[in-house]
Design a protein around this ligand. Structure first.
Ligand SMILES: Nc1nc2c(ncn2[C@@H]2O[C@H](COP(=O)(O)OP(=O)(O)OP(=O)(O)O)[C@@H](O)[C@H]2O)c(=O)[nH]1
Ligand SMILES: [Mg+2]
Length: 315
């Protein structure tokens, strides 16, 4: 069936069915996906993008949930993209978690989407940002990315988010681990969640000392540390206020505009890389298949074969 791109005009916050359909088409990675992405790009660029990362189980989803509820009460719409979720959004979670997320997923002005990128080539940035663009074009005021801070994805998220929140918990050595994982440098706001725990004050002081020693500063913005109890919905108002403060700072100091431009550049290069790879592999798959025996018997090196293929590309 021919897809009429005019239907994209009907994309809106209220039209969850169409949003879901467009996202699925975009994910399918065929030519139609590219036509759609070209079309919706013009309408995107208005959503404010928030990244929430941190160790597994730090309370990122609970926090996202509370932030969303607060933004909704301010008549804002919120889209959530859970990248490689280990709990709530994936549906594979404990019943309690699932109920908690469904809680907001069913509401008007909220859209939740989980995506799996682990193991996919060049995966995170292109796929995630494509989906974010759809939601942005649909008119969501905020797009929140939740990702577990254990690998590379959170560093990529920091590139595409205007405000990055690193969520830590009062476990001993948490801040040290975050430092090792490279989370310290990417935070615009630190959240010490689960501060209902007895060791919270000690952890707060230790985090403050670590930050002070590191002299972490993002273009003259000194990342604050906020204590939250996401489960009890405490500290969330302050957190949202801080996000808005950072947003204002970011736009006034052109940090956001600069970051967005840098990311667009990276995105263009990513798209070229992926497209080129796909085209080259597709048009040379037969040659690769027939040459593999020679490579296997060491008569031909992978480098020589790659060189031969690359030398034959006509631009
Ligand atoms: N004590 C306490 N528990 C909390 C708080 N916030 C969240 N939790 C609990 O911590 C657990 C993990 O919360 P999630 O929101 O699923 O954490 P997450 O960071 O999204 O977890 P993953 O996505 O699996 O990495 C849940 O059982 C929550 O109920 C809090 O402020 N205090
Ligand atoms: Mg989660």
């Amino acid at each position: 069936m021919k897809f009429d791109t005019k239907i994209l005009n009907k994309l809106s916050v209220g039209n969850k069915k169409l949003t879901a359909r467009i996202i699925s088409l975009v994910e399918s990675e065929n030519d139609l996906a590219i036509d759609i992405l070209k079309e919706i790009f013009k309408k995107s660029g208005n959503a404010y993008r928030i990244g929430i990362t941190g160790p597994p189980g730090a309370g990122k989803s609970t926090l996202t949930n509370q932030i969303t509820k607060l933004l909704l009460s301010q008549n804002k719409s919120v889209a959530i993209i859970a990248v490689d979720p280990t709990s709530p959004f994936s549906g594979g979670a404990l019943l309690g978690d699932r109920v908690r997320m469904n809680d907001i997923g069913m509401l008007d002005n909220v859209y939740i989407r989980s995506i799996a990128t682990r193991g996919s080539l060049g995966g995170l940035s292109t796929k995630t940002i494509d989906i974010a663009d759809v939601l942005d074009a649909a008119g969501f005021d905020f797009v929140i990315f939740e990702t577990v801070g254990v690998g590379q994805s959170e560093l990529d998220i920091a590139k595409i988010a205007d405000t990055t929140i690193v969520t830590l918990v009062p476990e001993s050595g948490d801040s040290i681990q975050a430092m090792k994982a490279g989370l310290m440098e990417i935070a615009d706001i630190f959240v010490l969640n689960k501060s209902d725990r007895p060791e919270a004050d000690k952890a707060f002081n230790s985090l403050q000392t670590t930050l002070h020693l590191q002299n972490v500063s993002q273009n003259n913005w000194n990342p604050p540390i906020l204590k939250t109890k996401a489960l009890l919905n405490e500290g969330v108002t302050e957190l949202v206020e801080k996000i808005i403060e950072h947003r204002n700072f970011c736009f006034e100091n052109i940090t956001c505009a600069k970051k967005r431009k840098e990311y667009l550049k990276e995105r263009i290069i990513d798209i070229i890389e992926l497209t080129l790879r796909k085209r080259i592999v597709a048009s040379n798959s037969q040659l690769i298949d027939t040459s593999i025996l020679d490579v296997n018997s060491r008569e031909l090196s992978p480098y020589s074969l790659a060189e031969k293929i690359l030398n034959n590309i006509k631009f």
